[in-house]
Design a protein around this ligand. Structure first.
Ligand SMILES: Nc1nc2c(ncn2[C@@H]2O[C@H](COP(=O)(O)OP(=O)(O)O)[C@@H](O)[C@H]2O)c(=O)[nH]1
Ligand SMILES: [Mg+2]
Ligand SMILES: [Zn+2]
Length: 291
């Protein structure tokens, strides 16, 4: 019996990293009967078969979390990487990434990369938009080598998913975190390569200072049609902070009078950008619920 973690799964075969090495494993038939599918990220107990030197997954430890896309269990955090410039930061998209992490119950960390491309005032402004969310923010640059140590500290001993649009510097950052990863820089996005290898399997990459990185373009889908109007505010930490003081219990912080959230926006306690994005998502939900 050996303990390990599933780092890759291909066609019913699972690669399990243990203290004694990497083993190709099959899942015990019992799992299939119970309709349990082992996931990358699962902590498992395996038994080795001397004859074919394969392992069998005998037990799967209870999962702390399950991310659907990419399919990984036990993810501790998602590092949402956006460039402050080139490409221009689409904060509306960033907010969607944050929404998804909140929904999946996975701690988001915002990483603003390419800070060498803007001046300090601009950086302060963009950081300020997220100040009241309470999310950890890490400013980085791979050109000026800034923030890499901070990033490493956050990644240590955790399972982290890197998410964010292409071209923001995810691969560059990871290469600085651990040079032997040798990820290709400036790779065209997965989508444009259609035809070649469209289905990339999810894989955990081990960090030599402890921890795991999920090698994937991140959340592949930013569909938010799973959101309900009533729960939306619960995914905006800074809105939750004030919504209890609205006059109406079911206040959506839109056109309602005596709204504590709108007051907080007026007093700069909630950033206008975040509030506007909240309204945009709210309207989107209202629209698709109508059909
Ligand atoms: N100015 C600047 N450019 C960067 C920085 N990090 C990455 N880049 C550049 O941004 C481009 C995209 O980087 P890449 O790591 O492939 O982005 P990915 O698509 O998110 O993995 C490359 O041309 C990198 O050289 C940075 O901190 N500052
Ligand atoms: Mg890349
Ligand atoms: Zn309100």
């Amino acid at each position: 019996m050996l303990e390990g973690i599933i780092i890759k799964g291909i066609g019913g075969l699972y690669y399990v990293k243990t203290n004694e090495g990497l083993y190709k494993c099959k899942a015990r038939g019992l799992f299939r009967k119970k309709k349990i599918k082992p996931l990358v990220g699962d902590r498992v107990i395996i038994e080795l078969n001397e004859i074919d030197n394969m392992g069998y997954i005998m037990e799967i430890e209870d999962r702390d979390s399950v991310l659907v896309r990419p399919a990984v269990s036990n993810v501790n955090q998602v590092i949402i990487v956006f460039a402050v410039k080139d490409p221009f930061p689409n904060l509306w998209l960033l907010d969607r990434f944050l929404l998804l992490s909140e929904k999946e119950n996975i701690n988001p960390i915002i990483c603003f990369n390419k800070i060498d491309l803007i001046d300090e005032d601009k950086l302060k402004h963009i950081n300020g938009i997220y100040k009241d969310t309470g999310y950890k923010i890490i400013n980085t640059s791979t050109k000026k080598i800034h923030g890499i140590e901070k990033l490493k500290k956050v990644l240590k001993d955790k399972i982290s998913v890197f998410a964010g649009p292409s071209g923001v510097g995810k691969s560059s950052l990871l290469n600085f975190v651990q040079p032997n990863l040798k990820l290709k820089i400036g790779e065209i996005s997965e989508k444009t390569k259609r035809g070649k290898h469209t289905t990339r399997s999810t894989k955990l990459m081990e960090l030599n200072f402890g921890g795991w990185i999920v090698d994937t373009p991140g959340f592949s889908s930013l569909n938010i049609d799973f959101l309900e109007e009533d729960e939306l505010e619960s995914y905006f930490p800074e809105i939750v902070k004030y919504s209890g003081n609205c006059r109406f219990n079911d206040c959506k912080h839109d056109k309602e009078p005596s709204c504590a959230v709108k007051n907080a926006v007026e007093e700069n306690l909630i950033s206008k950008e975040r509030y506007n994005n909240y309204l945009m998502v709210l309207n989107e939900i209202k629209n698709f619920r109508r059909y």
